[in-house]
Design a protein around this ligand. Structure first.
Ligand SMILES: CC(C)(COP(=O)(O)OP(=O)(O)OC[C@H]1O[C@@H](n2cnc3c(N)ncnc32)[C@H](O)[C@@H]1OP(=O)(O)O)[C@@H](O)C(=O)NCCC(=O)NCCS
Length: 162
């Protein structure tokens, strides 16, 4: 998944196997330490790995840090089946109800419309101002990012049963 150029099209580069393994290791450590993080996703029917979704604390250099980010990445064969939104709904329910989060954000490159569509499906609210990602050259086509947020109140307003 992490070395597929299509999956990684909105990141500065695809990952080597070593970088991908290091990321997986960091995910394991975060979950062991805090009880939450970026969780591996498996198909309920077969148990096969399809990607990840969950929460992350992004860099302190972002203009809206400190914050908790929700993120998603699926291997290409599993796109367009509703899995990212389903997994994010489950993560948000856990984040707001069990972990007591008051707000989560999501951000992505301005032209990552597939990820933006997940944010909209989750009823996240777009900010009216884009930002330049501080780790990307401002001239790079991926530098401009959109920011969305979701408060616990907004989540509960549409999930009164959750
Ligand atoms: C961003 C990403 C996770 C979105 O995946 P996705 O499959 O488009 O999103 P969802 O899982 O919500 O699926 C929605 C699609 O499934 C369709 N779908 C099919 N069956 C469905 C079902 N039973 N229930 C819900 N949706 C269903 C929807 O109609 C929608 O299709 P559309 O794309 O034609 O509108 C994926 O493109 C990805 O991994 N991209 C690379 C990594 C990345 O950029 N991550 C974000 C960085 S911030």
């Amino acid at each position: 998944m992490n070395r597929d150029p299509e999956v990684m099209a909105f990141f500065p580069s695809a990952l080597t196997t070593t970088a991908s393994d290091n990321l997986a290791q960091r995910c394991h450590l975060d979950i062991a330490k805090r009880g939450w993080g970026l969780w591996a996703l498996e198909l309920a029917t077969s148990g096969e790995f399809i990607g990840f979704t969950g929460f992350n604390i992004p860099g302190k250099n972002l203009p809206f840090s400190p914050c908790i980010e929700i993120a998603w990445r699926l291997a290409r064969p599993y796109w367009r089946q509703g899995y990212a939104t389903e997994a994010a709904q489950a993560a948000l329910e856990f984040g707001f109800n069990a972990l007591g989060f008051s707000e989560v954000v999501a951000f992505t490159a301005q032209n990552n419309f597939r990820s933006r569509a997940v944010m909209l499906r989750l009823n996240m609210q777009p900010s009216d101002q884009n930002f330049l990602h501080p780790d990307i050259d401002p001239q790079h086509p991926l530098a401009e990012h959109v920011l969305f947020n979701l408060t616990r109140e907004r989540w509960h307003a549409t999930h009164s049963d959750a």
